[in-house]
Design a protein around this ligand. Structure first.
Ligand code: AMP
Ligand code: SF4
Length: 470
């Protein structure tokens, strides 16, 4: 859909999703339901679950939240002990049910389903090549490409996947399910997370470790870049489909996207945010009375700021829990209304106070501008904005929607100008090296640096020329 294309960064619609799957567990689809429910923050537009029962794959998908798409009755029809599921990021127009995953690939050699998180940067090229060879695509999502690539290879299913994977460039965590196996795969750059757990006699896979808790899973480890883990009735095995790997976990997973109770590459998300907050306090001190965070993703960093600065950590903003993320609203006006619906300032806390306000990131500046306004209207004497990440200056091509290029406010305004624009008394960001201090060096930070860890097939030049991301 047009709106959707304009809104998304890369013009792709397979953004920021979550995948979950289980093998050899009773009522597999029900566990997948619970797993997806804990990954709901990764995508609210659509959800789908597929299960394998004997020699049949059964699938149900729908638009909306996990609880809206599945009823108990529906889940009971998804029989079997193997299941995978997907939550899809919320978009303006949706893209329709066809793009809701898992994607089902029908094949005379046996059907299979795919759940994908990430974005393939050479999707356009591959799609043109595949179509010229006769492949017919059912949906506009780039996730289907891997299905067609697998179909075209020779050998066992496992061999076919291993031959197909090196053709993909970019970010992907895949769960591929047949009636007999789950194949869990991480891209060779390690851009998107994927972890595995032991669940009773079986196994589980998830975009985030936090989802294992609810299904009684015991976290084993994260998959390695370029690794494929295969579980069948015979057991579990691991293969490297390439050795040309690097470890470039998306920094935004830590900064904004993942749940605080998730562990990514052995680092707990809450702790990483708290550390970022401490560094902010160390680097950008200011005379103030209290520190507050924008709920929820900035609370850990606000605690860290308070730890280091000694300023009291206060609850100056209250979140209405029943409103989705504001970022997903299409127009600027709707987005502004979205922030107001979502947040209220606590007058009794902020009145007459000099406030340090922590947010995890600034994308368009809409949220910050409105929050500063809310706080000042509630009587805050000064508002000093501290951002627990560097300025976002370049688009993401790996599946995180950080706005269209010409909307990224830090491409136009420096800290001083930004402070003026959002009417804050001061603004400061983490630097690139501060970020590495908090998260380690094994991260992708391309949206802060414009230095992409993979080839991006001219996508940046294209959007710079056009001013937007398509
Ligand atoms: P903005 O109002 O456009 O500056 O958006 C900034 C807010 O969006 C921050 O408070 C973040 O918590 C949040 N945010 C940052 N990155 C993303 C993203 N990729 N998707 C959705 N929300 C985001
Ligand atoms: Fe994450 Fe930014 Fe890299 Fe995209 S460009 S993968 S959002 S760090």
């Amino acid at each position: 859909m047009k709106m959707e294309k304009e809104y998304f960064l890369s013009g792709k619609i397979n953004e920021e999703c979550g995948v979950f799957g289980v093998f050899n567990v009773e009522a597999a689809s029900q566990l997948t339901y619970y797993g997806l429910h804990s990954l709901q923050h990764r995508g609210q537009e659509g959800a789908g679950i597929a299960s394998a029962n004997k020699d049949m794959i059964i699938r149900h998908r729908g638009e909306g939240l996990v609880t809206e798409v599945f009823t108990e009755k529906k889940l009971k029809t998804l029989l079997g002990e193997i299941s995978i599921g997907h939550v899809r990021y919320s978009t303006t127009g949706g893209g329709g049910i066809d793009n809701v995953q898992p994607i089902l690939i029908r094949s005379h050699k046996g059907d299979f389903v795919i759940a994908h998180n990430g974005n393939i940067v050479n999707a356009e090229k591959l799609k043109i090549e595949l179509e010229s060879m006769g492949s017919v695509f059912q949906c506009t999502s780039d996730s289907e490409i891997i299905g067609h690539l697998i179909q075209r290879e020779e050998g066992s299913f496992e061999e076919k996947i291993i031959k197909a994977l090196p053709k993909l460039e970019g970010a992907f965590s895949f769960l591929i399910m047949t009636t007999e196996a789950i194949y869990a795969i991480r891209d060779k750059n390690g851009l998107r997370p994927l972890s595995m757990a032991k669940i009773g006699e079986g196994y589980g896979f998830s975009s985030e470790t936090s989802a294992f808790e609810i299904v009684g899973g015991e976290f084993l480890r994260g998959l390695k870049p370029g690794e494929m883990v295969i579980v069948t009735k015979e057991g579990i095995k691991s293969k490297n489909y390439t050795l040309a790997t690097q470890n470039k976990m998306c920094a935004m997973e830590y900064i904004y996207f993942s749940r605080p109770d998730s562990v990514i590459n052995s680092l707990n998300v809450h702790n990483s945010r708290r550390m970022a907050g401490k560094i902010l306090a160390r680097e950008y001190q200011v005379e103030a009375d209290i520190v507050i965070g924008v709920p929820d993703s900035s609370l850990s960093a606000a605690m860290g700021y308070s730890d280091f600065s000694g300023l009291p950590y206060e609850m100056g903003l209250i979140k209405n829990r029943y409103v989705g993320r504001t970022f997903i609203k299409p127009s600027q006006q709707q987005r502004e209304r979205g922030v107001k619906m979502k947040l209220s300032a606590m007058e009794s806390v902020v009145k007459g106070k000099r406030v340090v306000l922590i947010d995890d990131s600034i994308v368009r500046g809409t949220t910050s501008k409105l929050i500063v306004k809310l706080l000042k209207e509630a009587g805050a004497k000064e508002v000093h904005m501290r951002i627990a990440s560097p300025p976002i200056i370049s688009p993401c091509f790996y599946g995180v929607d950080t706005s269209t290029y010409n909307e990224l406010i830090s491409t136009r305004l420096n800290e001083k100008e930004l402070a003026k624009y959002i009417e804050a008394d001061s603004v400061a960001f983490l630097t690139e090296s501060n970020l590495e201090e908090a998260l380690g060096e094994n991260i992708c930070k391309a949206c802060f640096t414009e230095k992409y860890p993979t080839e991006i097939f001219g996508l940046l030049d294209k959007i710079k020329k056009e001013g937007k991301n398509e």
